[in-house]
Design a protein around this ligand. Structure first.
Ligand code: ZN
Length: 135
């Protein structure tokens, strides 16, 4: 797979506005984008820490996986995203190594990235996202 860097860390929060306050006032980061991803029923807020981003995720519906996650585990780290090149090929490669895929093919995520998730049962319990910048 050979990821180039950690693209972002996804954090499930109950209240986006309150969470943003912590990242801005305590960590001193600046929220540079708020985006709703209708597909995933979430509202996201982004911060940059070097090359890596923090992606805060608030559910916009009870049906959202984020709502279900918080219900089960509470707020906290939801997933880790690696930047890769050639996402389609990478998915084939990891599947051939026995990894269960949540997304068999890339789909659109926030910030126009192509994304796909690997099942946490195959990744030591860490919901793993792979993403590719298509320029
Ligand atoms: Zn993500």
């Amino acid at each position: 797979m050979n990821p180039t860097h950690i693209e972002h860390i996804g954090i499930a929060v109950k209240n986006l506005a309150e969470a943003i306050k912590y990242y801005e006032e305590v960590l001193g980061l600046k929220c540079y984008a708020i985006e709703e991803v209708a597909d995933q029923k979430v509202k996201t807020a982004f911060f940059k820490v070097g090359q890596t981003k923090i992606e805060l995720l608030e559910a916009t519906s009870e049906e959202s996986t984020i709502a279900k996650f918080i219900e089960k585990k509470g707020e906290g780290i939801h997933h880790m995203a690696f930047a890769v090149n050639g996402l389609e090929g990478v998915l084939e490669e990891v599947e051939s190594k026995g990894v269960r895929l949540i997304d068999k093919a890339p789909r659109k995520g926030a910030e126009g990235l192509d994304i796909a998730f690997l099942h946490p049962k195959s990744t030591g319990g860490v919901l793993t996202e792979l993403c590719e910048h298509k320029d």
